[in-house]
Design a protein around this ligand. Structure first.
Ligand SMILES: [Zn+2]
Length: 101
Protein backbone atom coordinates (compact mmCIF):
# COMPACT_ATOMS: atom_id res chain seq x y z
CA UNK A 1 0.00 0.00 0.00
CA UNK A 2 1.40 3.37 -1.05
CA UNK A 3 1.26 6.12 1.48
CA UNK A 4 1.17 9.70 0.33
CA UNK A 5 2.05 13.00 1.92
CA UNK A 6 -0.86 14.28 3.98
CA UNK A 7 0.12 17.91 3.59
CA UNK A 8 -2.50 20.15 1.96
CA UNK A 9 -1.42 23.34 0.26
CA UNK A 10 -3.20 26.23 -1.41
CA UNK A 11 -1.26 26.86 -4.60
CA UNK A 12 -1.22 30.21 -6.41
CA UNK A 13 -4.39 30.67 -8.45
CA UNK A 14 -6.27 27.93 -6.58
CA UNK A 15 -9.19 28.53 -4.26
CA UNK A 16 -8.95 25.29 -2.33
CA UNK A 17 -6.18 23.36 -0.64
CA UNK A 18 -4.97 20.36 -2.59
CA UNK A 19 -3.29 17.33 -1.11
CA UNK A 20 0.32 16.76 -2.05
CA UNK A 21 0.73 13.95 -4.58
CA UNK A 22 4.20 12.87 -3.47
CA UNK A 23 4.95 9.66 -1.63
CA UNK A 24 5.47 9.96 2.10
CA UNK A 25 9.03 9.69 3.37
CA UNK A 26 8.74 10.59 7.03
CA UNK A 27 6.15 10.57 9.79
CA UNK A 28 5.99 13.47 12.24
CA UNK A 29 3.49 13.28 15.12
CA UNK A 30 1.41 10.70 13.29
CA UNK A 31 1.24 12.69 10.04
CA UNK A 32 2.99 11.54 6.88
CA UNK A 33 5.07 14.01 4.90
CA UNK A 34 7.06 13.91 1.69
CA UNK A 35 10.64 15.21 1.66
CA UNK A 36 9.52 18.62 0.45
CA UNK A 37 6.83 19.21 3.10
CA UNK A 38 8.60 17.62 6.06
CA UNK A 39 8.34 20.24 8.84
CA UNK A 40 11.89 19.53 10.00
CA UNK A 41 13.27 20.03 6.48
CA UNK A 42 11.23 23.22 6.11
CA UNK A 43 12.49 24.53 9.44
CA UNK A 44 16.12 23.81 8.51
CA UNK A 45 15.70 25.61 5.18
CA UNK A 46 13.95 28.56 6.84
CA UNK A 47 16.67 28.83 9.51
CA UNK A 48 19.34 28.75 6.79
CA UNK A 49 17.61 31.55 4.86
CA UNK A 50 17.24 33.57 8.06
CA UNK A 51 20.96 33.12 8.87
CA UNK A 52 21.96 34.32 5.38
CA UNK A 53 19.58 37.29 5.64
CA UNK A 54 20.84 38.18 9.12
CA UNK A 55 24.50 38.02 7.99
CA UNK A 56 23.68 40.26 5.01
CA UNK A 57 21.79 42.73 7.20
CA UNK A 58 24.60 42.80 9.78
CA UNK A 59 27.19 43.48 7.06
CA UNK A 60 25.04 46.28 5.64
CA UNK A 61 24.48 47.77 9.12
CA UNK A 62 28.24 47.68 9.84
CA UNK A 63 28.95 49.38 6.50
CA UNK A 64 26.34 52.08 7.16
CA UNK A 65 27.69 52.66 10.67
CA UNK A 66 31.20 53.15 9.23
CA UNK A 67 29.84 55.62 6.68
CA UNK A 68 27.96 57.54 9.38
CA UNK A 69 31.08 57.65 11.57
CA UNK A 70 33.18 58.90 8.63
CA UNK A 71 30.62 61.61 7.85
CA UNK A 72 30.46 62.67 11.51
CA UNK A 73 34.26 62.84 11.66
CA UNK A 74 34.36 64.88 8.47
CA UNK A 75 31.71 67.27 9.82
CA UNK A 76 33.65 67.61 13.07
CA UNK A 77 36.85 68.44 11.16
CA UNK A 78 35.02 70.96 8.98
CA UNK A 79 33.53 72.64 12.04
CA UNK A 80 36.94 72.75 13.70
CA UNK A 81 38.48 74.15 10.52
CA UNK A 82 35.85 76.89 10.35
CA UNK A 83 36.39 77.68 14.00
CA UNK A 84 40.12 78.04 13.50
CA UNK A 85 39.65 80.29 10.50
CA UNK A 86 37.34 82.59 12.48
CA UNK A 87 39.83 82.62 15.35
CA UNK A 88 42.52 83.75 12.96
CA UNK A 89 45.18 81.60 14.58
CA UNK A 90 47.81 81.11 11.82
CA UNK A 91 49.86 78.48 13.70
CA UNK A 92 46.87 76.30 14.43
CA UNK A 93 45.71 76.68 10.85
CA UNK A 94 49.12 75.48 9.58
CA UNK A 95 49.00 72.48 11.89
CA UNK A 96 45.51 71.60 10.73
CA UNK A 97 46.53 71.90 7.07
CA UNK A 98 49.47 69.60 7.66
CA UNK A 99 47.29 67.07 9.43
CA UNK A 100 44.53 67.19 6.76
CA UNK A 101 46.04 68.02 3.38
ZN1 LIG B 1 4.23 16.77 0.25
Amino acid sequence: MKQYCQCKRVYPGMKYALPCAAKAKVERDGVLYCGRHDPVTLKVARDKREAVRKARDDALRTHLDKLAAARADQARKAALFDELITMGNPQALQLLRKANP
